[in-house]
Design a protein around this ligand. Sequence first.
Ligand SMILES: [Zn+2]
Length: 463
Amino acid sequence: MAIKIVNGQIPNFDKGTLERADILIEAGKIVKVGSFEGDTDEMIDAKGRIVSPGFIDIHMHEETFDAVSGVPYFASVYELMMGSTTCVAGNCGNNRQSIHSFVEHVKEHGAPVNYMTFLGHNYLRRAVGIEDRYRAATTAEIEKMKALIEACIPYGIVGLSYGIEYSPGVDFDEMAELAKGFPNKSYLLSAHFRQDADGAVDSIEELVRLSRVTGHPMQISHIGSCSAYGHMKRSLELMAEARAEGLDILADCYPYDAFATTIGSAVFDEGCFERWQKGYEAILLTESPYANQFCTKELFESVKQTHPNMIVAAFVMNEHEVIEALKDPNVLVGSDSLYKLNQGHPRGAGTFPRVLGRYVRELGAIPLMDALRRMTVAPAKRLNLQFKGEIKAGYDADLVIFDPENITDLADFEHPTSPPAGIDYVIINGEVAVEKGTLERKNLGTYIPFETSEERVSESILD
Ligand SMILES: [Zn+2]
């Protein structure tokens, strides 16, 4: 079916401007952009709206298919509702199921969004029987993990994600050796750093070194939760210096001053409150019977024992440093969406609208075109997605139509999955999936295998 979108403003990233243009979509592709005659079966009037390439979320945590039979998709539905049309799963060292079962499931059933995935290092550690997160892998275990990486290459994984903070025993040599499991250097490495706050600068240095030693591009995960404690400026400088040296380093960041993870994880090991210079009252519990309660020392210690897998939010970062990151030429917007059914951090339903509403419109902290670039064309280049991230003839028809005057994230810690306001349409693979805030069509997305390319240094966003 053909769709014609008329009267909208579309971003032209080559020129850095918004332009009035109509768009014709047929068979999943954008076939015409500009001014042309003729009506189609479906007409969308985008007067007063921006028609953007669908947002590309380079950092999300996928579903646990096995645990939610009957409700197979929720995280990616919230992604779709906030304008994401392509999402990268398997971040922070973690996969929630094998690559095989994830890929086959998406291929067979489709998904709300187009999916790509990393293979997670901590997932591999568990797969080869390492139960102690405080020890390094042995040589034999590393060889087994390398074999597992090789076995996943045919599934089109984006690369390897590390979750160093979650497995403090992981050492540098283990990480570097594993990268040898890839057939070439175009596979991405992504990493959830070793330690935040006072540990941030050392952690960024370690990741730069990992890129230098392995020759692979490095995507530093959610730099806000690593460095927005007085260490952002130096962290961004380190990245810029590494790029000047020729290394391909970028980061992603979500637009919130609180992070979220499970209370039993190593993130909450001894010394964390001192590092953050915050007390137990900075920790919000998100699941019953304690949903929306802030902690006391007693409550924190007891829930850590009784509910180690509960997702909790830690209000410990400085928002002005999160903004600093989101303004940096080497930082993409990534949601780090993480839900357990409907519980978790609002970033999974609010990230992109929050950047466009709060940081672009309300605070005037980021220019609109710059924000859009970090959500579309820049992550598309990062992921070698040749036909996504821009609105041009021949490109995939993944689009989001929103009102720049009204787009607002409505998810908060009490209602972490509330869809945003101001998004009129989300179109994925040429079909309308979301109309006026309502999910119209399910599972129009597909699995996208990563395409390897000639070795290259991917551009800074503002180059
Ligand atoms: Zn992470």
